[in-house]
Every structure is written in structure tokens, then in C-alpha cells.
Write a protein that binds this ligand. Structure first.
Ligand code: PLP
Length: 401
């Protein structure tokens, strides 16, 4: 029996753990399984592995080694950055600024902070998903303590002018955090050049294992312990370290950065080929996110008169795995807050598809996917009463490219 075709185009949800990463991790499950807090050599081997991983990760980000703190995921890093910093700086003020297109790890943290009496400003974005730095300047108040802006959007791929935004926050003496979970290993990240105070990352978005992430906290930023217990992570994040995970995260980042230029160039060519073909060959579609200021592997397109969930399921039948928005948001029938924030009407937001490529994706995969999309969209539109109305001239088409 021939194997079922599978084209994985959901690398923003998670990525495959590369074999060299698994290989680097294995000894820390089976041989070097000591607890890094144990004083005998067996524990010290594990401790050294963590120190080595911390130094390598820091180097890739141009950070000071001691400023990298390991966490269990990007969600934890985001929660820590917001909640613990809000707590540590509350005597200065209780106002936090973020954007309308953050990941739920930020959105739900700010909603929780609002319940605790903090005031949150959500900066709007334009139709491409970009924040106008002038809106940040205007939103800062004497009681603003923190600005948190996503570096690269997980749904529409738009890249924010982080350096410029951080400079504005700092000119007013306000701390700046960026959720770089989709950006690390996909864009060059230099924390000194960006001049950010905190930056979140997560290994499973760049071919490392699930269940491990990091938070960069610049020296001098006051932050409370997020988990209380042992003295791990310089008493700032208690809990026995995920040694294999941390080793795997460093190995994954090493591998990604070693072939960064080729990988990104390959993804950009395929991304643009996919965008160009769909825009040229399918009617009533719209590219979401900025055309060039976007993640190298992100494509997000809305198809009018098509329901996103049906599109996904039909594509899956053809072996193409994609997403209708953020993986974390799937299962919810509400349209994505990111697509609404860029001004899409509900019905168009519902017909959106996110395809995120990887180093393994080939041009044949892309061409196959375009043919599958064309076929599936045509079939679904044939069953759509809205499309029927449109064809009969009874309903005006939305302004879509
Ligand atoms: N932030 C962004 C931008 C993300 O895309 C994700 C995951 O999709 C997260 C945070 C959460 O990361 P994790 O899955 O490691 O908790």
C-alpha cells in the first residue's frame, strides 16, 4: 500500500525535532540523568550541560549568558515577563501597553492583569498589521511601566519595527518586552541592537523539543520570581531544570543558525512563489500581513465565500496540513482577533488559511498545494449560497485583491 501523502505546512504551530537535536538530547535521558542541583559529579555534568547551552543560546542572540533564563515554554516566558514585571514595578505605575495582535499568551496575561487593577492599552495596527510608532509615543503616560509588542506575528507573519518601538519606550524610561517566539531562528535577533529589556523564545518553533523555552532578562531589570521553590535559575525560576530539553534547545538553535542564510533564502523563494501563484490563479482572495515585512516562512490568505474550517479539512484529505489561524486558537469559532484587528470583516476572517513552510518544504510541495487549494476552493464555492448570490449579481464582492 502506498504511503499517504503528507505536506506539513504548519511550522508556526510546531516544527519537527531535527535528528541532530534528538542525538544531542539522548544522553541526558539515559546516561547523564543527574539532577543539576546535586553536588556530586554526576549532577555537575548536567549542570555543566545547562551552562554550556545557556552560553550558546546567549551567543546567538548577542546576549550576556547570565541574562538567559530557562522556562517551560513561550507561554511561561510571556507570562513571566508581564506578570512578574508588573508586580515589581507597581509602585511606579499600573499602566501597560501592548498591541491588538498579540498571541494569547500575552492577551490573556494582560486580561488577567486588568482584573488585578492594571490598565492596559492595546495599540491598533494598520491593514498590513503594522504598528505606527507614533501611536506608542502618544500612548505612553507617566504611570506606564511596560510595553510588550510581538516581534513577528504568529498568524499573519508581519514584523514590527521593534528597535524603533523599544527606543520610544526607553526615551520615556519604560521597559520593553518582545514576544519573539516566532522570530527566534527565523530572523536575526540581536538583543543589544534591538535594545529590548526582555525577549521570549520557545524551542519547539525552531526544531527543538516541546516543553522548553527561555526569557532574556537584561541585567538590572527588576523582576519577581515567577515560580517559588528551589534556587534554580539564580533564584528567579524554581524547578528542576529540563536538562535534555535545554540541551536540545541549544542544539536546535545552533543547527538553525549554522545554515540560517540558505534556509531563509529557500523559504522566501517558496513563500513568494506560493503567494504569487494563489493571488494570480484564485479569484477573490486577499493576502493578510505585510507583503515584504513578514516572516520568511509565513503565508496567510483569505478566500472569500469559503469557510476556513472546511478548507482545512478538505486540504487535509489531499494531504496538506495547514492552519486556519493560531493553533492555540483553533477549536474556537470566534474569528481570529488578529484578522479582525487588520480590518477584515468576520466572514472573510473566517475564510483564512495560514501556511507556514520549513526548510524541508520543496517547490513540488508548493505546486501540489496550490493545485489542491484551487480545486478545494472551487468545490467549496460551488456549495456556497453566498457565492451563488454573488455570481447571480445579488451581492457585492468585498474589496479583496
Ligand atoms: N507567542 C507566540 C508568538 C507564539 O506563536 C506561541 C505559540 O504558538 C507562543 C507565544 C506560545 O509558545 P509555547 O507554545 O511554547 O507556549
Amino acid at each position: 500500500m502506498s504511503e499517504r501523502k503528507q505536506i506539513y505546512l504548519d511550522n508556526a504551530a510546531t516544527t519537527a525535532v531535527w535528528p541532530e537535536v534528538v542525538e544531542a538530547m539522548l544522553p541526558y535521558f539515559t546516561e547523564q540523568y543527574g539532577n543539576p542541583s546535586s553536588l556530586y559529579f554526576f549532577g555537575q555534568n548536567a549542570k555543566n550541560a545547562i551552562s554550556d547551552a545557556r552560553a550558546r543560546i546567549a551567543k546567538h542572540l548577542n546576549a550576556t549568558t547570565q541574562d538567559i533564563y530557562f522556562t517551560a515554554c513561550g507561554t511561561e516566558s510571556d507570562n513571566w515577563a508581564l506578570k512578574a514585571t508588573a508586580d515589581a514595578y507597581q509602585s511606579k505605575g499600573r499602566h501597560i501597553i501592548t498591541s491588538a495582535i498579540e498571541h494569547h499568551a500575552i492577551v490573556h496575561s494582560t486580561e488577567w492583569l486588568a482584573q488585578q487593577g492594571y490598565e492596559i492599552t492595546y495599540l491598533p495596527v494598520d491593514a498590513d498589521g503594522l504598528i505606527d510608532p507614533a501611536t506608542l509615543e502618544a500612548a505612553i503616560r507617566p504611570d506606564t511601566i511596560l510595553v510588550s509588542i510581538i516581534c513577528a506575528n504568529n498568524e499573519i507573519g508581519t514584523l514590527q519595527p521593534i528597535r524603533e518601538l523599544a527606543a520610544i519606550a526607553h526615551a520615556h524610561g519604560v521597559l520593553f518586552h518582545t514576544d519573539a517566539v516566532q522570530a527566534v531562528a527565523h530572523l536575526p535577533i540581536d538583543v543589544v541592537d534591538l535594545d529590548v529589556d526582555m525577549l521570549s523564545g520557545s524551542a519547539h518553533k525552531f526544531h527543538g523539543p516541546k516543553g522548553v523555552g527561555f526569557l532574556y532578562i537584561r541585567k538590572g531589570v527588576r523582576t519577581r520570581s515567577f515560580l517559588h521553590g528551589g534556587a534554580q535559575e539564580r533564584k528567579r525560576r524554581a524547578g528542576t531544570e529540563n536538562v535534555p530539553g535545554i540541551v536540545g534547545m541549544a542544539a536546535a538553535l545552533d543547527a538553525c543558525m549554522a545554515r540560517f542564510d540558505q534556509r531563509v533564502a529557500h523559504e522566501v523563494v517558496l513563500r513568494d512563489h506560493l503567494i504569487d501563484r494563489v493571488l494570480a490563479e484564485v479569484e477573490h482572495v486577499r493576502l493578510n500581513g505585510h507583503r515584504t515585512l513578514r516572516l520568511p516562512n509565513n503565508v496567510n490568505i483569505s478566500f472569500e465565500f469559503v469557510e476556513g474550517e472546511s478548507l482545512l479539512l478538505s486540504l487535509e484529505q489531499q494531504g496538506v496540513l495547514a492552519s486556519s489561524g493560531s493553533a492555540c486558537a483553533s477549536g474556537s469559532l470566534d474569528p481570529s482577533h488578529v484578522l479582525l484587528a487588520i480590518g477584515l470583516p468576520h466572514e472573510i476572517a473566517h475564510g483564512s488559511l495560514r501556511l507556514t513552510l520549513g526548510e524541508e518544504t520543496t517547490i513540488e510541495d508548493i505546486d501540489y498545494t496550490v493545485e489542491a487549494i484551487k480545486q478545494v476552493v472551487e468545490q467549496l464555492r460551488k456549495m456556497s449560497p453566498l457565492f451563488e448570490d454573488f455570481v447571480a449579481g445579488r451581492k457585492a464582492v468585498h474589496a479583496v485583491k
